[in-house]
Design a protein around this ligand. Structure first.
Ligand code: UGA
Length: 446
């Protein structure tokens, strides 16, 4: 079978990993974005964000000529390819609903290009969009601009992405499932053939469904994972009231029940990132608009709002007033292996510490440049974890980077003014640390 030529519009995490994944398996891919700087980096083989494993495959694909970055020019990329993945951003509006302006603009441009194109082309929405968007917004725009009929002259699918930042490229190559929402059978078959060829012997289960169900599967999956996190954080908060209780042991035992499973039961300071907070809010807003108040999801969000501030509460319990106290923050990224700080739980923590008059020094292995754009000179920046601990009255672990796991009790006791450690991600063994310093861990009964 001749491999279809692919274009990807929008080169964020989802778009670029899709583009590089396909290019690394021999497909000819055009990656298109309005951001000239991003495209220029991509064409030099440099990913515009930190993502393990991506750099090597990107530069290899560029060298081989399988991948090319293009600025704008949707008409050209549509003409030169057979399938287009749309992976543009869908940011939140102030009321929590999603802003579809980039989706609408991509659909208009693709529609205009389809007007000029003679051969069959399938557009695939990969961005996370609320149920109904592909059917009620994308399809009409494509038809209006192309003056053609969806399902007859061109194809349309909704194909959500489930990759995680930090393992995005590996997730692209090893998916648990592929969800294909299709407007019509031919569109769905075309995309299914692509995935079967892409994964060959390792093709995961493929779920064929309607456009709206595919859209909802993405939100339901993220809302379920966010619910698991807020649930275990609730159990952690209960554990803290019970002498001798430990949420880590509770989660391990719960996870052995096949119906529950062990993943996403790590209690901590809450979930962040560009997906869970935005998607839970969008699902709530969409549901309310449809006339149903999803109370459970409201609670999931509420728990996540208060959870990070527990780190500040713990600090105050140990130090009394925070005014003039030196607080060391280890970890700024919303999770390890990324430099992304979108909705990072450290942001409300640092803001509250500053409000209470504390002096904050922070360190993160990769997110420091981004942190500087957020906090500027309101906080100090250390060049290593040990330097961050120097002279601190208390240290809060916010992100569980692998390199922090190597820190010993002596690293804290020798460097800090007062060795008070607040383990917000349950990285350290309480038995080892408790005897050597004041050690407070989330979800650990006093
Ligand atoms: C999440 C989903 O896991 C992906 O499947 C999905 O494709 C993606 O959103 C998306 O919609 O694009 P991601 O945001 O990259 O992926 O990160 P996760 O690994 O899911 O972590 C999200 C947050 O939850 C992090 O702040 C992490 O620290 C927190 N978390 C995760 C916990 O607090 N406890 C856990 O047990 C797991």
């Amino acid at each position: 079978m001749k491999k279809p030529r692919i274009s990807v519009i929008g080169v964020g995490y989802v778009g670029l990993c899709t583009a590089v994944g396909l290019a690394s398996k021999g497909y000819s891919v055009l990656a298109c974005d309005v951001d000239e700087q991003k495209i220029s980096k991509i064409n030099q083989g440099i990913p515009p964000f930190h993502e393990p494993g991506l750099q090597e495959k990107l530069s290899e694909s560029i060298k081989k000529g399988n991948l090319k970055g293009v600025v704008g020019q949707t008409d050209q990329v549509i003409e030169e390819t057979d399938l287009t993945f749309v992976a543009v951003g869908t940011p939140s509006k102030p009321d929590g609903s999603i802003d579809l302006k980039y989706i609408e603009s991509a659909a208009c441009n693709i529609g205009k290009a389809l007007k000029q194109k003679d051969s069959y082309h399938v557009t695939i929405i990969k961005s996370t969009v609320v149920p109904g968007t592909t059917q009620n917004i994308v399809k009409p725009l494509l038809e209006k601009e192309s003056k053609k009929t969806c399902g007859v002259d061109f194809g349309l699918c909704m194909n959500p992405e489930f990759l995680r930042q930090g393992s995005a490229f590996q997730d692209t190559l090893n998916a648990d499932r592929v969800v294909i929402g299709a407007y019509d059978k031919q569109s769905g078959d075309t995309l299914e053939d692509l995935y079967k060829d892409f994964y060959s012997a390792h093709t995961p289960p493929i779920i064929r469904t309607t456009l709206s169900t595919a859209e909802l599967i993405k939100y339901a999956s993220n809302a379920m994972l966010a619910t698991k996190i807020s649930f275990i954080n609730t159990i952690a908060n209960i554990c803290e009231q019970i002498p001798g209780a430990d949420v880590k042991v509770v989660a391990t035992a719960m996870g052995l029940d096949k119906r529950i499973g062990p993943l996403f039961l790590d209690a901590g300071l809450g979930y962040g990132g560009s997906c869970f907070p935005k998607d839970v809010k969008a699902l709530i807003a969409c549901s309310k608009k449809l006339g149903y108040d999803p109370e459970l999801l409201d609670s999931v969000e509420q728990v996540n709002k208060t959870q990070p501030l527990k780190a500040v509460k713990f600090c105050k319990e140990q130090l009394g007033k925070l005014e003039g106290k030196n607080i060391a923050i280890l970890g700024l990224a919303f999770k390890p292996d990324t430099d992304d700080m979108r909705e990072a739980r450290v942001i409300p923590i640092i803001n509250q510490l500053l409000k209470e008059g504390a002096n904050v020094t922070a360190y993160d292995p990769v997110a420091m440049p981004i942190a500087k754009t957020i906090f500027d000179n309101k906080i100090s920046y250390a060049t290593s974890a040990l330097k961050c601990l120097k002279n601190a009255d208390s240290c809060i672990i916010v992100t569980e980077w692998e390199e922090f796991k190597k820190l010993t009790p002596e690293d804290f006791t020798k460097n800090m003014k007062q060795p008070i450690l607040i383990d917000g991600r349950r990285m350290f063994n309480p038995e080892t640390f408790k005897t050597k310093m004041q050690f407070v861990a989330l979800g650990l009964g006093k």
